[in-house]
Design a protein around this ligand. Structure first.
Ligand code: PEP
Length: 245
């Protein structure tokens, strides 16, 4: 059985004061799933300290990106080894904002995915189609190609110890959520594509998840949790989503 996970993607939001306020208000009571908080790089250390003070095995720290390289002359980059050094456990790779705004190809994302695994961390691989691709009937083809880029680079064993997040691009930050049935169709497809590892790989849904729609999404057979952007900036709303998982 995949272990359910709800991950908060704070994107480029927050401040020292925000981190302190968030952890002051974030209440894990009634939360029965693993939870990861993925702040911007400068706040990883502070978030790691806050997570340690909560002292719950359920709560951990994630990063939103990492370099595919291990060290060297890569100005502005952050390696997976450095993230591990700061107590990070999860790393988001291939978020649609990185694919579209920073030109990250599926091949580069596959290299990052492998670098995360080499460091002993858990990659959260994001896949998903644009509105145009969905309307053109290409959703499964797009998702298949994004997954195959990883297996082509890292082999079929790649999925052991990984998490996959289905995030339809048209649902991210737009307030439009895929219906539970639309999401389930793609999740089932992803599970099948992952082969033998599919049965144990957590599959998260991401795209305008809120307290109000989380329960219906999590009720689907192949939705094991969520990757939450906007709603994860509100500690109470985010705790409600975690409780629904
Ligand atoms: C995300 O950025 O991964 C995301 C799902 O954002 P939102 O929840 O704001 O749609």
């Amino acid at each position: 059985m995949p272990k359910p996970l709800v991950a908060a993607n704070w994107k480029m939001n927050g401040s020292r004061a925000f981190v302190e306020e968030f952890f002051g208000a974030f209440d894990l009571a009634g939360v029965e799933v693993d939870v990861a908080i993925c702040p911007p790089f400068p706040y990883l250390s502070l978030v790691a300290d806050c997570v340690a003070s909560v002292a719950s095995e359920r709560l951990s720290v994630g990063a939103q990106n990492a370099s595919q390289e291990e060290s060297g002359a890569y100005t502005g980059e952050v390696s997976t080894g450095m993230l591990a050094d700061f107590g990070v456990q999860y790393v988001i790779v291939g978020h649609s904002e990185r694919r579209s705004r920073y030109g990250e190809s599926s091949e580069l994302v596959a290299e990052k995915f492998s670098a995360v695994k080499r460091a002993g961390l858990v990659p959260i691989l994001c896949v998903g189609e644009t509105l145009e691709e969905r309307e053109g009937g290409h959703t499964l083809e797009v998702v298949r190609a994004q997954l195959e880029a990883v297996t082509d680079f890292a082999g079929n064993d790649a999925w052991h110890g990984a998490v996959v997040a289905y995030e339809p691009v048209w649902a991210i930050g737009t307030g439009k959520t895929a219906t539970p049935e639309q999401a389930q169709e793609v999740h089932r497809f992803i599970r099948e594509k992952l082969g033998e590892a599919g049965a144990e790989t957590p599959l998260l849904y991401g795209g305008s998840v809120k307290g109000a729609n989380a329960g219906a999404l999590f009720a689907q057979a192949d939705i094991d949790g969520a990757l939450v952007g906007g709603a994860s900036l509100d500690a109470k709303e985010f705790a409600g989503i975690c409780r629904a998982a």
